[in-house]
Design a binder for this molecule. Sequence first.
Ligand SMILES: CC(C)=CCC/C(C)=C/CC/C(C)=C/CC/C(C)=C/[C@@H]1[C@@H](COP(=O)(O)OP(=O)(O)O)[C@]1(C)CC/C=C(\C)CC/C=C(\C)CCC=C(C)C
Length: 402
Amino acid sequence: MSVALMWVVSPTSEVSIARGKNSSFNSNFNKAQMNRRNLSCMNACLGYSRLPPIISSMNMIAATYTPAGEIALSSEQKVYDVVLKQAALVKRQLKSREYVEVKPDIIHPGTLSVLNEAYDRCGEVCAEYAKTFYLGTLLMTPERRRAIWAIYVWCRRTDELVDGPNAPHITPTALDRWQARLEDSFRGRPFDMLDAALSDTVCTFPVDIQPFRDMIEGMRMDLWKSRYENFDELYLYCYYVAGTVGLMSVPIMGIAPESQATTESVYNAALALGLANQLTNILRDVGEDARRGRIYLPQDELAQAGLSDDDIFAGKVTDKWRIFMKKQIQRARKFFDDAEEGVSQLSSASRWPVWASLLLYRQILDEIEENDYNNFTRRAYVNKPKKILALPIAYAKSLVKA
Ligand SMILES: CC(C)=CCC/C(C)=C/CC/C(C)=C/CC/C(C)=C/[C@@H]1[C@@H](COP(=O)(O)OP(=O)(O)O)[C@]1(C)CC/C=C(\C)CC/C=C(\C)CCC=C(C)C
């Protein structure tokens, strides 16, 4: 990655600074920074408001009970509740068409150019971090493209809090402040320019705040948890840090008008793609994570395979490890399969980047196999020719209608 985004999240200064080798972004960003009061005013003028409350569908989920008589939901059931809420929000807003072109008649002078600049900045970050994905977004309509950039940037900044250069200084309190900033952005009171783009996006498209809160929850989890007892625990983590991205993206990408699929099934597919990506990421990075003292693998399944934390730290590829890995890869592939059904339901211009990301990420699993399951000292990656080949394949798949 050629750019490192650094966040200084302190009680006195909550500013984001972009730093990097090619840092034209840096100076542009500083130049264009706005203060909170101006933005509040600007957004009041734009008439932003909090999204309406969402009806809970928790009681639609089959539940089991703890010995104390409390409802015990699996992670999958808890997450499904978020899927249903987001799908309900989209359906309600699609019905009322409230979110389409509801920009107020009176626009504060300069607001639009500031907003355009904010979105452009998001596009620059996206292009720096994820070139292929950025190119894919160029096929989308301008409104969708810039909204996806805004969400990408928020996700990237959130991830950088625990994975970036400032990670050792990040505390739960810093994450609380980041969440307060998120809540403010959803209320139309963004803190900085990049937040202003997010604020505009969530006011334009029917995006629920819960997946955003949940991603921060995943980052909180990363601060204290370095072992996962079983797949249920790992599932929740993967939802928090990646399944959420799928749920945030679909309201922007849009579902094809001709799609016969239920909104819920499309959201489930989006969730599945996030989970598949994260499981793949975990399987690729086993050695790297172990060197940081982290094991994102189900402890019970490791034990069943006759493996322990020590085996992971020793990093030796044994037959036990190969058998264990085959099972994990099979599970990740299943999530990719579940996701595939949903991609064709997306609006036509959104399919290509999603297919490209799906095909490229899934190939990492093939590479782990090619490396004879040595994910301790070899990083599986998809080489350039294979990446290039995936793009027309993704394009051809994107032409298949729902
Ligand atoms: C088209 C597309 C891929 C859209 C998603 C755009 C978007 C908002 C991406 C945000 C990604 C991000 C920065 C997430 C922060 C948390 C994180 C780092 C998650 C991991 C991603 C890869 O990370 P990284 O860049 O570090 O990877 P490398 O180490 O460089 O390989 C994750 C593994 C998960 C990302 C999850 C997704 C991209 C979800 C994709 C799902 C959809 C877009 C829904 C598609 C819809 C249907 C119906 C299937």
